[in-house]
Design a binder for this molecule. Structure first.
Ligand SMILES: *[C@@H]1O[C@H](CO)[C@@H](O)[C@H](O)[C@H]1NC(C)=O
Ligand SMILES: *[C@@H]1O[C@H](CO)[C@@H](O)[C@H](O)[C@H]1NC(C)=O
Length: 370
């Protein structure tokens, strides 16, 4: 029950019903606390957009591109392993809830499907499975199928301290599992820790900094999983904007007070996007939790009387994203990459690409380049 109601809450929280649901837009650039960045393609702070450290040292295919062939043994360094984040745009892969505590064999099957049928590069995890050894299974399935992972430390919404144990467990695995650093592209704190008031922005920023330090030796950048409104709620959350390596942004325009049909969602998306352009210190952005539901139900109710939730509009949202491929490509830092939220209705009703019986709800063949 817990994780699922939290998932619903996470969506509810996007409802933008509060009066201040407008961009804080305080503007301006902020002094920078950190100069991150390393040979693994971690984004520098600030990014200049032409960061030589993000340019591949060789023309050999990089992980997790479609052309890359997985080695038969684990390499001894991640140098020249990762595709630079600053080359990534358009469809990245799927958002994937762990609510069902998937078995290794299910993840093997589904990660393979993501990679082979849809050319996914990454899977973005959210929610939580506290089963012992679960992340080892994620690593195995990701390695075997050539998929990178945006991992996540789940806070939940009850202000309980379980996240600290989850962090310790995950960090331990990231440091000790020989394949972990080769498939874990990023670590997110989530979901929506600012919106949920789990920690103050300064406390959260301090945790992000601590995590970056912990993971720096294995080249894993750190961010939080959050919508623009979460940052805006705290007057812009400047310390968090400064602390993260890049942005994993929640974009669920169905909850906007301006929502109608999905084909009209672009201006809603651009409003939040532009908030990050103005306030995000020039850092790389992904739209990591990004989708449109095929149905409305308690917990997934719109804030606009004109918002339409049905399969044509879910499909229309995909079409909208795909039609804007060149716009994504033209955005800063080599463009914006988007994830589809979510893989299956069995993870979150209505948002899935697949329905609960495993049928595709609409044809989906997103561009990975344009
Ligand atoms: C790492 O692996 C490469 C090739 O796989 C090898 O040439 C090199 O000597 C290895 N380096 C170390 C420190 O083991
Ligand atoms: C990273 O975190 C783990 C788990 O909390 C801890 O055991 C380890 O000492 C930390 N390492 C560094 C370098 O901070």
């Amino acid at each position: 029950m817990g994780a699922f109601s939290r998932t619903l809450s996470a969506l509810l929280l996007l409802s933008c019903i509060l009066p201040a649901c407008v961009s804080a837009n305080e503007g301006g650039q902020h002094p920078l606390l950190f100069q991150a960045g390393d040979e693994h393609g971690v984004i520098q702070t600030p990014s200049t957009g032409v960061d030589s450290l993000d340019v591949p040292a060789s023309k050999a295919p990089c992980f997790p591109s479609a052309e890359f062939t997985m080695p038969s043994t684990v390499p001894n360094t991640t140098a020249n392993w990762w595709c630079p984040m600053n080359n990534e745009y358009a469809f990245m892969g799927f958002s994937y809830s762990l609510y069902n505590c998937q078995s290794l064999s299910q993840m093997q099957r589904e990660f393979k499907d993501m990679k082979t049928k849809f050319k996914a590069r990454y899977v973005r995890l959210y929610a939580v499975c506290d089963r012992k050894g679960f992340y080892d299974d994620v690593i195995t399935a990701a390695w075997d199928n050539g998929l990178g992972v945006h991992a996540l430390i789940w806070f939940g919404f009850d202000n309980t301290p379980e996240w600290k144990d989850r962090r310790a467990t995950l960090f331990n695995t990231l440091h000790t599992h020989p394949k972990a650093r080769f498939v874990t592209r990023a670590l997110q704190f989530g979901s929506e820790p600012l919106y949920d008031w789990v920690l103050t922005p300064d406390e959260l920023a301090a945790e992000v900094v601590k995590a970056r330090k912990n993971l720096t030796s294995i080249g894993i950048p750190v961010t939080i999983s959050e919508m623009a409104w979460g940052y805006q709620l705290h007057g812009g959350s400047k310390s968090v904007l400064e602390a993260v390596d890049f942005f994993d942004i929640h974009m669920l325009p169905y909850f906007s007070q301006q929502a109608s049909t999905s084909d009209k969602a672009w201006p809603i998306l651009m409003k939040d996007h532009n908030w990050f352009v103005t306030n995000g210190l020039g850092k790389k952005m992904f739209w990591s939790q990004n989708g449109w539901p095929s149905k409305s139900y308690p917990g997934v109710e719109p804030n606009s009387p004109d918002a339409v939730a049905d399969i044509p509009n879910e499909a229309g949202y995909y079409k909208l994203l795909d039609e804007h491929c060149t716009d994504f490509k033209a955005m800063a830092n080599g463009g914006v990459g988007w994830f589809w939220h979510v893989y299956s209705d069995s993870q979150l009703q209505g948002y899935g690409l697949y329905d609960t019986s495993g049928q595709l709800k609409f044809p989906f063949q997103p561009k990975i380049a344009c």
